[in-house]
Design a protein around this ligand. Sequence first.
Ligand SMILES: *[C@@H]1O[C@H](CO)[C@@H](O)[C@H](O)[C@H]1NC(C)=O
Ligand SMILES: *[C@@H]1O[C@H](CO)[C@@H](O)[C@H](O)[C@H]1NC(C)=O
Length: 444
Amino acid sequence: MFLQCFASITFLLAAVARAAPTVNILTPVNLRTEGREKTHFEGLIFTKGHNVTTPSGGNHHCDGTNNKENRLPGPTCTSALADAARNRHFAFDGTFDPEFDDFFITSIGGDTETSTEFWGLLLNFQFTPVGGCQQEVKAFQHVLWAFNAFNVTHFLELTGPATARVNRPVILTVTDGSTGSPVAGAEVNGKTSNSEGKVAVTFGKVGVNSVKAEKSDSIRSNALDVSVCVSKDGTRRSMKESYVPKATISPPAQEEIITVMVPTTMPTLIPDQHAPVPWMTRPNNPGFRSTGEALSRSLWTERLSTSRTFDTTFDDFFITSIGGDSETATEFWGILVNFQFTPVGGCQEEVKVVDEILWAFDAFSAVNFLKLNGPPTARRNQPVVLTVTDGQTGRPVAGAEVDGHTSGADGKIIVTFAKAGVNGVKASKQSAIRSNKVDILVLP
Ligand SMILES: *[C@@H]1O[C@H](CO)[C@@H](O)[C@H](O)[C@H]1NC(C)=O
Ligand SMILES: *[C@@H]1O[C@H](CO)[C@@H](O)[C@H](O)[C@H]1NC(C)=O
């Protein structure tokens, strides 16, 4: 089916100018609702645009076409809220304003608006310009419903390492997610952030410790999950057994650190919505190349086997296996174009001439998508510096391995090649998708 798709250069150039339309399919979205005293929901929710019913507002469409904001229906900020509320059994309410053709959310999880405190909606830490049924949302974007959002100084964001040793401090950073500026005076695990937003936190308990930053004039932060492990003199064995099943343990490094990575982006599958996301797409537009077609062509060239199912509802393929790596109940194949998850499946997602397409096994559990950069040439036995970053965020990745060497906090790795000729190297790390290959021509 894929092999029948054939594109001329003319068609490819035309494709560049066309934006991929939103498709109304179940889409994983990061949703957080921060109430007066607590977080009602934080996690990944699969949602698509559909009708929403509230006690005060009634039953109305909520798929992005509200108030003619979008031409095509798609998942929205309010559909995500409604789906989380239904699945996790918390209440929400909203009145409906026919003029805006949208709900005004008045209450979530028992936190009801007052004459001075209202619910606000932010997408990727920015207030949305339109209401929640008008605002469509793409895969893995961050939707935040915040109580009293219009009368706060900061929307806190907490970042830090994924791992720590028990009773040893780690430095976490509190920023304002909207501006990126550091926030002083926020509390994390009983400690207060300084003027640079830094706070040293010590964990006494082995296992996954989930922490948030809070400040009285601010919306509390996302939860940061830190996996805390013991050092060599501790009980490594019992420690291993105490981890959640999804955790993977990498070999101990030179010193006594045992790195335990728990994928922080692991989807929280909602019981009645656990169908895999249809990343595959249909050849609905045979004039254009798609990621699915590119996959098919490259697999054919490499003589790799693949299998796929066809979903008639989505009129689209699910790739279930590539080169013998078959999906399991929890591990699926994902597609990324230029290191970002495609909002639609592989045949709907049109690609441009220089786009980088990545099909990755267990992509939805990966903490990082490694990207390796380095010089094109080196001299034999002379060190060269390579850099490992996360392709999605551009941030450096520590603890990645290239040719037996490990990247530091700045993502840098020093590698020496003993063999003249072309040396192809990749970076790899537990819980990360291994990097692109960098070919370095080593001169004698
Ligand atoms: C969805 O809401 C619209 C009004 O926005 C209504 O006309 C339609 O009947 C509703 N559909 C369902 C299935 O309830
Ligand atoms: C902001 O909140 C304070 C109480 O925390 C209240 O006194 C004030 O009226 C609020 N301002 C606005 C503009 O709502």
